[in-house]
Design a protein around this ligand. Structure first.
Ligand SMILES: [Zn+2]
Length: 244
């Protein structure tokens, strides 16, 4: 059996992400969404069930392979996350197909979920997979500068579609009479969201630098002379040119 070979592997806040974009690899000509037109609208979390995989691969890879082979019907998401790693199958600036409610499509409710948000399928009822998803989402939040107020459940979009009113988290949690997705995470949604927030603040702290300045000069020459002195004690010292 041929497993997919990722085009790129990157680290998203401690999670190994393997990128294999269906926009580049689509020999089976499966229907794919298109580039995002609406402004970026946040993140939608799903749960899907565990599947049996051989020791040479992961469930996330196998879900991407199933999509590639046309076995996921018209579902295509940005990320599958399991307890080992994440696989990305669509570019982040593309739409994805995940937020609907069977037989209840509409133009302004759940479709916004498809058209504007990044979709994350968390595989199985697994604390480790949830932790990987929380890390990945925090990384996305740091990248997009769009935070936890735009963190949605699949369930949220069904409630919007069905005309339910409420705050984001009320609709994230309110039963939708459909799948109640993400079925494993939704019962402890607040805890999951707090975990994402925690990773996000950790990342933001990592991005802060406290610099020690020891001098400022109008003349480059003088700055270089002073640097030479400072370097004797602090070899990693360097010059930064700034506007006043
Ligand atoms: Zn879902």
């Amino acid at each position: 059996m041929a497993y997919l070979v990722p085009d790129r592997i990157y680290n998203a806040n401690g999670v190994t992400v393997k990128e294999y974009l269906l926009t580049k690899h689509n020999p089976n000509k499966i229907a794919l969404p298109s580039k995002r037109v609406l402004p970026f609208g946040g993140y939608t979390v799903h749960n899907t069930d565990k599947i049996k995989v051989s020791a040479q691969t992961t469930m996330a890879e196998q879900y991407v392979r199933a999509t590639y082979n046309g076995n996921m019907n018209d579902v295509s998401v940005h990320f599958y996350v399991d307890e080992v790693e994440a696989w990305q199958e669509l570019p982040l600036d593309w739409q994805s197909w995940h937020a609907g409610q069977k037989g209840k499509a509409d133009a302004n409710g759940s479709h916004i979920g498809n058209q504007a948000t990044i979709s994350i399928e968390v595989i199985g009822n697994s604390a480790k997979a949830e932790d990987n998803a929380a890390r990945l989402i925090a990384w996305l939040m740091q990248t997009y500068k769009v935070g936890t107020d735009k963190l949605f459940t699949h369930n949220y979009w069904c409630n919007v579609r069905n005309g339910k009113k409420g705050t984001v988290d009320e609709l994230n949690k309110l039963p939708d009479g459909y799948k109640g997705c993400p079925v494993y995470i939704r019962p402890h949604w607040d805890e999951f969201k707090a975990k994402v927030s925690g990773y996000l603040s950790e990342q933001e702290e990592k991005n802060v630098l406290y610099r020690v300045q020891v001098g400022a000069f109008r003349s480059k020459e003088n700055a270089e002379l002073y640097l030479a002195r400072v370097k004797k004690e602090f070899p990693e010292a360097y010059i930064v040119k700034t506007e006043e």
